[in-house]
Design a protein around this ligand. Structure first.
Ligand code: NAP
Length: 260
């Protein structure tokens, strides 16, 4: 019997690795780990996944810069040739601006880069991946799904990284668009909005967030961990939400709540 296949972008490190490890621990899915440049980290993630699933499901790595059309096509061709199917796409790969610059000063080059990786890449990767998913015979026990990792920045204005916020807000709309288009095709489309998660991305601002958490920044008073996002992805990939699509999951320690 074929196992479902999950492609996770940006899974060498951080949240993507947390997602891959959580899914591997279920030993239900074969996994394609995408990375951009850090092959060593991707191989390490593959080894950790194989240890987690006891070698029961295949795990492979695939290099691709998701902002490049040729790389996206090569990655999907690899998935098709290696696994022969695609059931779950996790659009996780993303970048922060090189510098947190005030919106009155931030550069067009940074905007173009952020939109390319964080929005245009997943938008067109989903377009092509959906076609591969449609050509994939459905499995009774596991759903087909697209899962987009956006951010609290999809609705929270940070004036020193407007390009990041705009890209994430666009990705949130992309979730609604593909959910509307793919519902009748049997593919659920979901958005996970992580809060502040302890990864390389937040490393440079660790002291700032340590202080914020200590001051009661979120109802659940701790940093989020990649494993927290992994658990949400597992719930979706294992079929926990068969009558939902376009759903937004806040995995943010309660950051989104307004309190008085
Ligand atoms: P991270 O630790 O910096 O890891 C980024 C991952 O994305 C790496 O695997 C990296 O690959 C990959 N990547 C970067 N550019 C890529 C590209 N052009 N093509 C393919 N892969 C690429 O980041 P993270 O904190 O885990 O963030 C993951 C996602 O969660 C991002 O979309 C981010 O915006 C979102 N998010 C993060 C937080 C947070 O607090 N950390 C909060 C909300 C949302 P290499 O290892 O090869 O460089």
């Amino acid at each position: 019997m074929s196992a479902p296949v999950a492609l996770i972008t940006g899974a060498s490190r951080g949240i993507g690795r947390g997602i891959a490890l959580a899914l591997a621990a279920e030993a239900t899915h074969e996994i394609a780990i995408n990375f951009a440049g850090n092959e060593k980290a991707a191989l390490e993630c593959r080894d950790l996944c194989l240890a987690a699933n006891g070698g029961r499901q295949r795990v492979e790595i695939v290099q691709a810069d998701i902002s490049l059309a040729a790389d996206r096509a090569r990655m999907l061709a690899f998935v098709q040739a290696t696994f022969g199917r695609l059931d779950v796409l996790v659009n996780n790969a993303g970048i922060a601006p090189d510098v947190r610059a005030d919106i009155l000063e931030a550069s067009e080059a940074s905007f173009d880069r952020l939109i390319g990786v964080n929005l245009k890449g997943p938008y067109f990767l989903t377009q092509a991946a959906a076609k591969l998913m449609l050509a994939t015979p459905a499995l009774a026990a596991f759903p087909k799904a697209v899962i987009n990792v956006t951010s609290i920045s999809a609705f929270t204005a940070s004036v020193n990284r407007g390009d990041y916020c705009v890209a994430k807000a666009g990705l949130a709309m992309m979730t609604k668009l593909y959910a509307a288009r793919l519902g009748a095709e049997g593919i659920g489309v979901f958005e996970i909005q992580p809060g502040v998660i302890e990864t390389d991305m937040t490393g440079p601002v660790k002291a700032k967030y340590d202080a914020l958490f200590a001051g009661g920044f979120t109802p659940i008073p701790r940093w989020g961990q990649p494993a927290d996002i992994g658990r949400a992805v597992v719930a979706i990939a294992r079929g926990g939400f068969p009558y939902s699509t376009g759903q937004v999951f806040n995995v943010d320690g309660g950051f989104h709540l307004r309190t008085l």
